[in-house]
Design a protein around this ligand. Structure first.
Ligand code: ADP
Ligand code: NA
Length: 311
């Protein structure tokens, strides 16, 4: 008898990413001429679902897409990674579309047309949320559906991981139903109370102290907070510990999707029953590897490659 793989449920966004390489990011009112556009699958929900599947979890994505030409390219990476899409809703709106300009110096500017993503509603949530071990959420859906998913999962005894991205002011009701909060430095600043002070050149001790201020008593909010720091790795705090995780030294080609790779991998390894410290190390290695390859979903490494980098 083989044990069934850990169940990770992702409720989140699906987009088609339309990327153009241009000499620079246009200023307001300006037109710049770039080369051909490239269409690739994206959206934080889809990206994290693919990363979790690559990291060995049995993943189901609940999401909404449209019935339009961007639907197929948006779903292609999920299908290739074996993410279960039986909870996919076809909304009366176009598939989410991210318009990305990448400049010669690697800088980018992104405009997202949320489209179908904003049509995912509480009525589309699965009745049996409790069947999952872990729920992984981001902030590209309406706050209402994200909050409702967290509330129901929390009540059903499911561990709730929230990647509070893109940055948005703290939602106390959402945080109250989150067990593990994952943010980058910018998102951390957005969720901190206005009275909290995060120095401009914050060191890991400042970051840890700020993250610690978000910890809550058992069952009333995060028991774990992870702050990702790009090439500086990550800092994770629990009531008892501070884990400082340096990033692996890799040759960076494209950091797109590094955060999503990190979150999806972390969810998968924690759902697998790995200890926090090991799961953080595997997430960091997967995210570092994703930086060595172009693209977002296409860059997410299979677990064997990630483990090979760690050993
Ligand atoms: P986001 O894209 O959400 O801002 P980060 O840039 O903090 O996320 O990256 C997430 C994680 O990816 C980091 O904690 C780190 O483990 C890994 N990572 C990001 N950039 C690099 C890099 N240049 N080298 C190695 N690892 C990286
Ligand atoms: Na990449």
């Amino acid at each position: 008898m083989t044990a069934s793989p850990p169940q990770v449920l992702v409720i989140g966004s699906v987009n088609a990413d339309l990327t153009v390489q241009a000499p620079r990011i246009p200023r307001p009112g300006e037109t710049v001429l770039g080369d051909h556009a490239q269409v690739s699958p994206g959206g934080k929900g889809a990206n994290q679902a693919v990363a979790a599947a690559q990291a060995g979890a049995h993943v189901t994505l609940i999401a909404a897409v449209g019935d339009d030409p961007f639907r197929a390219p948006a779903l292609e990476g999920l299908q290739a990674a074996g993410v279960h899409l039986n909870g996919l809703t076809t909304a009366p709106a176009p598939t989410g579309l991210a318009l990305i300009t990448v400049a010669g110096d690697g800088e980018n500017a992104i405009t997202v047309a949320s489209g179908a993503n904003l049509h995912l509603a509480a009525t589309h949530l699965p009745a049996d949320l409790g069947a999952a071990h872990t729920l992984l959420l981001q902030q590209e859906l309406t706050p209402e559906v994200t909050r409702e998913a967290a509330r129901r999962a929390h009540a059903a005894g499911v561990r709730v991981l929230l990647n509070a991205a893109p940055a948005r002011g703290a939602d106390p009701d959402l945080l109250a139903h989150t067990h593990h909060l994952i943010v980058n430095e910018h998102e951390l600043a957005a969720v901190l109370p206005a009275t909290a002070h995060l120095p401009r050149q914050a060191g890991s001790a400042d970051i840890a102290a700020a993250a610690r201020s978000l910890l809550a008593p058992a069952g009333q909010g995060p028991d774990t907070v992870t702050v990702t720091l790009g090439a500086h790795g990550s800092v994770t705090v629990t009531a008892a510990h501070t884990h400082i995780q340096p990033a692996l030294n890799v040759t960076v080609v494209d950091t797109t999707g590094a955060g999503d790779t990190y979150c999806g991998t972390l969810a998968a390894r924690l759902a697998h029953g790995e200890g926090l410290e090991r799961a953080l190390a595997v997430a960091g290695a997967a995210a570092a590897l994703a930086c060595t390859r172009p693209g977002a979903q296409a860059a997410m490494p299979p677990l064997a490659d990630t483990l090979a980098l760690l050993d």
